[in-house]
Design a protein around this ligand. Structure first.
Ligand code: ADP
Ligand code: MG
Length: 673
């Protein structure tokens, strides 16, 4: 039943029109919810009509006027006992009009009332019927496109709703009971009943939302199972290598780090392939954890590839490894800066297993690079991969290769479930002890002099400053202009102590500036929001963010994470153009009181809706049609539990196929189930 053209009254032309509205199949029709409805149940007399409103009237056709001239409409003059009204038809044939409006017989007509040459008229009435009860009394309005009328649309939809196939229930009894045992088809019908519009708390709405969540979780579960099925050689290690390192590091791991390390080590030494996401705020100590687990992989005889999003991050990780790893371990880095002969040697060494761990950007996955015995891929600050891309990634490196993705973007739990459902997830919430909370202040821009003297004071105390200028309205196309202006301004106040970085500066130059900043060659770095948040600048302790109201809380928190990496007290100053609204104050307070990115993202999502969280809507990650990660947290958790049960108890998933199809996962099923 998925093909639209199989419906009555849907020809090639209508299919094309529906496609314009992104209705490609029957399922798209089902999940387009009515926006509002029109009540046509009240009958009016002609002398009561209001121009521009929709009315339903009982009238008698008196006379036809068929001009037979192109572009002139056909007319039917009608009346009731209180007045006259014309029915006007563009693009309707005479025969058809004679049939639906026979002279001298009462008919019920419904449509929008117009007024022309001192007479009421209805142009192309929505309903004409000699049986008043056939005029639908209450009618849904969907947002439609030109070329398709409300009546046509409702007729098409009615066909689908009235012919929903009978399919055996896929939900478990216990779950179904929670939704008052409403069947999926009953629920869908209710969804389209005018009186139910916006009834998100109803059983039918929740049942369908649950179905939707379950269908996407089922796909995740299948991907997971596929990956877990791959039997790999266990990695065997003693963890001796890294126990020595802890002395060299000069700190102890936090409890979260210890736990996560255990989870990773368990995966490494198990027979199934690891496919794990490590989430933790910037600075929570993910890198160290991943490096320590690398040592185990190396001890067990495999190579490690550590992929970072930028060269500077790659070299920061590389330098850290150089510093803390035993001399017996061969470490190298593939970067653009390396000349060709050296590159050749590296490639040779990777082939011969002479390099144990290689750092680099995605360049380390070029075709010409062949590992002798790759056993572990670490991807830092991973970009937003979809489930398919991740599956590809997991296939890379062969069956013995474990995979760890690290993300410094704390997101709400329901989002993690809906984005990374195919992966095992480890979380570091706890920050290393020495990290002081970043003191966060908000200031109105006209207090800029206070901010400047604060900056001066911190420079004198040996600190460094990030100054962030986001895109501002006036200069949408050239967002670096405001940064350049600020740079010039600050440079006058702090001569030779300011540098600038923005999108127009090329990558090599950018890296050089960042390196100079790292080496304290200047004190203030003015930038747009382009700087990666993962880079460690231990000496930077103040970040000033202009136009702070342009950002979501999560993003502000991420920016703020650029400071506070050293032992000095760090500060974040949020600048605003004018006095803050109550709501803005509320949001800023969340930020001031909190340094836990997960908590902030949850609050942010509650305040702004899920689509806005760090631009996830734009990132092409699946958006639910019914379910809402904010409102339906309970359903997400329920679905996760249910998946666990299904994984344990159900071997054959055939009964879920209609469910997957219903929610348009059809293309994925073929690949996966
Ligand atoms: P992330 O990768 O999560 O952003 P990093 O691993 O880069 O965080 O750690 C940030 C900083 O904190 C580094 O300088 C690191 O040496 C330090 N660090 C990591 N773990 C601890 C710990 N348990 N105690 C003290 N400092 C730590
Ligand atoms: Mg990091």
């Amino acid at each position: 039943m998925d093909d639209l053209s199989s419906l009555k009254g849907v020809g090639y032309k209508t299919v094309k029109i529906l496609k314009k509205k992104k209705i490609n199949n029957v399922f798209d029709l089902l999940w387009r919810l009515p926006k509002s409805f029109i009540d046509r149940s009240v009958l009016s007399k002609v002398n009561e009509l209001q121009i521009g409103k929709i009315h339903t009237i009982k009238i008698i056709p008196i006379k036809y006027n068929f001009p037979r001239i192109r572009n002139l409409p056909n007319k039917v003059f009608c009346e009731d006992e209180t007045g006259k009204i014309d029915c006007i038809f563009f693009n309707s044939y005479e025969g058809y009009i004679r049939k639906i409006l026979p002279l001298n017989q009462e008919v019920t007509v419904s449509g929008k009332i117009g007024y022309f040459k001192k007479k009421y008229q209805i142009t192309n009435p929505t309903y004409v019927s000699n049986n008043p009860s056939l005029v639908r009394t209450v009618h849904n309005k969907y947002s439609l496109t030109e070329g398709i009328t409300e009546k046509m649309y409702n007729k098409i939809l009615d066909q689908v709703l009235n012919n929903l196939p009978t399919i055996a229930e896929w939900l478990d009894q216990k779950i179904l009971k929670k939704f008052d045992n409403i069947s999926w088809s009953e629920a869908i019908k209710k969804l389209h009943k005018p009186e139910n519009i916006g009834n998100y708390n109803s059983n039918f709405y929740k049942r369908l939302s649950f179905d939707e969540i379950l269908s996407s979780f089922l796909i995740f579960s299948e991907v997971r199972k596929k990956i877990k099925k791959i039997k790999k050689n266990k990695k065997t290690f003693t963890s001796k290598l890294y126990e020595n390192i802890m002395d060299r590091l000069g700190f102890n791991l936090t409890n979260d780090q210890i736990n996560v390390l255990k989870e990773i080590n368990n995966d490494l030494s198990s027979q199934s392939k690891m496919f794990r996401l490590l989430q933790g705020d910037v600075g929570s100590g993910k890198t160290i954890v991943s490096l320590l687990s690398s040592l185990n992989v190396i001890e067990s005889g495999y190579q490690v590839a550590f992929m970072a999003p930028t060269e500077i991050l790659a070299s920061q990780h590389y330098n850290l490894a150089k510093k803390i790893f035993p001399k017996s371990i061969n470490i190298d880095i593939l970067s653009n800066k390396i000349d060709v002969p050296k590159k050749k040697i590296i490639i040779e060494n990777l082939k011969n297993n002479k390099i144990h761990i290689i750092f680099g950007t995605h360049a380390i996955f070029q075709k010409k690079i062949i590992f002798k015995n790759l056993g572990f891929i670490i991807i830092d600050e991973q970009h937003k991969f979809g489930v398919r891309q991740r599956k590809l990634l997991s296939d890379k490196g062969g069956k013995n290769c474990d995979i760890l993705l690290m993300s410094a973007t704390p997101i709400p739990r329901t989002l993690t479930m809906s984005i990374y459902g195919d992966m095992d997830v480890s979380i570091i919430r706890e920050k290393p002890n020495h990290r002081k909370d970043i003191a966060t202040y908000s200031k109105v821009e006209n207090k800029i002099n206070d901010v400047l003297s604060f900056v001066k004071k911190n420079i004198n105390l040996g600190g460094q400053i990030f100054w962030v200028c986001p895109l501002i309205e006036e200069s949408k196309k050239i967002d670096h202009v405001s940064a350049i202006k600020k740079f010039q301004h600050l440079n006058k106040i702090f001569p030779n102590q300011v540098a600038i970085i923005h999108s127009k500066i090329d990558d090599n130059e950018k890296e050089k500036i960042l390196e100079d900043f790292l080496n304290k060659k200047f004190k203030i770095l003015v930038s747009t929001t382009i700087i990666e948040v993962g880079i460690d600048f231990p000496n930077a302790n103040v970040i000033v963010i202009e136009n702070a109201n342009k950002f979501g809380l999560s993003q502000l928190h991420q920016l703020r994470g650029r400071v506070g990496r050293g032992s000095k007290q760090s500060f974040c100053i949020l600048l605003f153009k004018s006095n803050l609204s109550e709501n803005a104050k509320k949001r800023i307070n969340i930020l001031k009181k909190n340094n836990d990115g997960f908590k902030i993202s949850e609050d942010d999502m509650r305040l702004r809706g899920f689509g806005d969280i760090l631009g996830f809507k734009q990132s092409g990650i699946k958006n639910y049609r019914l379910a809402d990660p904010v409102l339906n947290e309970d359903l997400f958790i329920m679905a996760k539990e249910e998946i666990k049960r299904i994984e344990k108890e159900e071997k054959n998933l055939n009964k879920y196929k209609p469910l997957l199809k219903l929610y348009d996962q059809a293309d994925v099923i073929n690949d996966i189930i």
